[in-house]
Design a binder for this molecule. Structure first.
Ligand code: UD1
Length: 459
């Protein structure tokens, strides 16, 4: 290990822009059934930004990341990098990163437990320092989400990995500094495992082949960022990625892709309020599965410019079945928001969730607003209803909160959403963006009336 790499800098203070989010005591009040109009600016992709931030650990030179969204999850990743010795400076949506002096010291459990993506630092740390200690991320609201594929892949590349007291201790075996290239078949195309192993392989000795790799746009974005730092990666965006290790990476200036999940959510906001709205910047290919389903329901999406799409609403939405799948299939992160749209369609729809085992928690809240949804295991049967009615509801996870916002936009009367910390993890300026389109919504201090919720929603 290089002495410079061993040094843990004394720069452990957290920049003010990365201060931990306080517990959210506010609620979002939405007055439904307003027609929306206009254009909305789509932010940088949360999931790209998080992993690209982890990827900066691979390089000792300055990196500049642009189009980084201002989100609680991004702030948490910033805190984790800071704890590892990285210097960060944020100006607007640009993040200057210097990881010249990092240490393998453990990322704090309180931070890793709040952000699963922070476990992904294990790959770059191991590749750069030859050792890493990262707490296991633990359970999460949408399922067990293990990290066995990350661990098995790193072992195949010559890492010794032990799990002790909830922390993963990994080091390169045989006193060597560099991981060894390997041929790795992933049992399932995990986004995070593909990203961890791709980052680890950039600095390994020899060639690594990842088979059955994830093909998500965020994986391609990470590959492009690594390439901008001098990594040799081919095939990102297909199910076979080949990485030829190099001994060192260099400075890069990189811009994060637009967030396809945020864009998809705004398309649905247009469809559910029967409003014509434009979105830019977007990469229309990243939205293909969502656009196909919207067309199947009677709405349309037209491309006005290479990076701009417009939702043309349908007078009447018809039911459609959908199944979540790895990219290019229908994204699991759009399942909850799309379910809200299906509640107001004519006919019955069956939603099959195949990616995560416990991603139906929004159903109870949607039913409280008048939806008619039955869950059987990983299936949801949605019987279309003519209208939803505003109600106090509780967000249970990030995409569930987006589903409730959409329901509130379409519902009669007032909807009040609690537990906004979930929403703030992944949507930059959501209220301001919706207000700009003409929606009526406001974040306010919780009033006693919102405590009047059913017991089932509070546990
Ligand atoms: C990423 C996204 C998340 C998205 C998901 C699927 C980030 C920060 N998050 O999460 O928004 O919903 O992709 O598109 O990018 N699995 C294992 N073993 C492993 C890893 C995963 O069994 O070692 C399983 C998971 O439990 C899950 C499935 O694989 O059932 C897919 O998970 P994965 O693609 O890894 O999702 P994440 O990378 O955690």
């Amino acid at each position: 290990m290089h002495p410079e790499d061993r040094a843990i800098t004394s720069h452990l203070s957290i920049p003010s822009s990365f201060a931990p989010a306080e517990e959210d005591k506010t609620v979002l009040r939405i007055w439904g059934r307003q027609t929306l109009q206009g254009q909305v600016k789509i932010s940088g992709a949360k999931n790209s930004a998080l992993v690209v931030m982890a990827g900066t650990l691979l390089c000792a030179d300055d990196c500049l990341l642009r189009n980084v969204p201002s989100l609680v999850d991004v702030a948490r990743m910033g805190e984790i990098l800071t704890a590892l010795g990285v210097k960060l400076k944020r100006q607007g949506n640009t993040l200057a990163v210097n990881a010249s002096h990092i240490g393998e010291s453990k990322a704090p459990y309180e931070l890793v437990s709040q952000l699963r993506a922070s476990f992904f630092v294990i790959g770059p740390l191991l590749a750069r320092l030859g050792a890493a200690r990262v707490p296991l991320p633990g359970g999460c609201a949408i399922g067990a989400r293990p990290v066995d594929l990350h661990v098995r892949g790193l072992q195949a590349m010559g890492a010794d990995v032990q799990i002790e007291h909830g922390t993963v201790h990994a080091y390169v075996k045989g006193g060597k500094r560099r991981l060894q290239g390997a041929r790795i078949y992933l049992d399932c195309p995990s986004v995070g495992a593909t990203e961890t192993l791709m980052m680890a392989a950039t600095l390994a000795e020899g060639e690594t082949i990842l088979e059955n790799a994830a093909q998500e746009p965020e994986v391609v974005d990470l590959a492009n960022f690594c390439r901008a730092m001098g990594a040799k990666i081919q095939g990102a965006g297909t199910n076979k990625i080949v990485i030829t290790g190099v001994s060192k990476l260099h400075a890069a200036d990189y811009s994060i892709i637009p967030d396809r999940i945020e864009a998809g959510t705004f398309l649905l906001a247009g469809a559910i309020t029967q409003s014509e709205i434009s979105l830019a910047p977007v990469i229309p290919d990243h939205l293909a599965a969502v656009i196909a389903k919207l067309r199947g329901m009677g709405a349309d999406v037209v491309t006005d410019a290479p990076n701009q799409v417009r939702l043309i609403p349908a007078q009447k939405l018809v039911a459609t079945d959908l199944k979540t799948l790895p990219f290019p299939g229908f994204p699991t992160d759009m399942q909850a928001p799309f379910m809200t749209l299906l509640t107001l369609s004519e006919g019955n729809s069956v939603i099959t969730e195949t990616v995560f085992e416990n991603r139906m928690q929004h159903v109870a809240e949607l039913n409280r607003m008048g939806a008619d949804i039955t869950v059987k295991g990983n299936l949801a049967i949605v019987r279309g209803v003519p209208r939803l009615s505003g109600a106090p509801v509780v967000a249970t996870d990030l995409r569930a909160s987006a589903a409730l916002v959409l329901a509130g936009l379409a519902a009669d009367g007032v909807t009040t959403i609690q537990q906004l910390q979930h929403l703030d993890r992944g949507y930059e300026n959501l209220e301001a963006k919706l207000q700009g389109l003409g929606a009526k919504l406001k974040r306010v201090e919780a009033e006693p009336e919102t405590a009047d919720l059913p017991v089932q929603s509070l546990v």
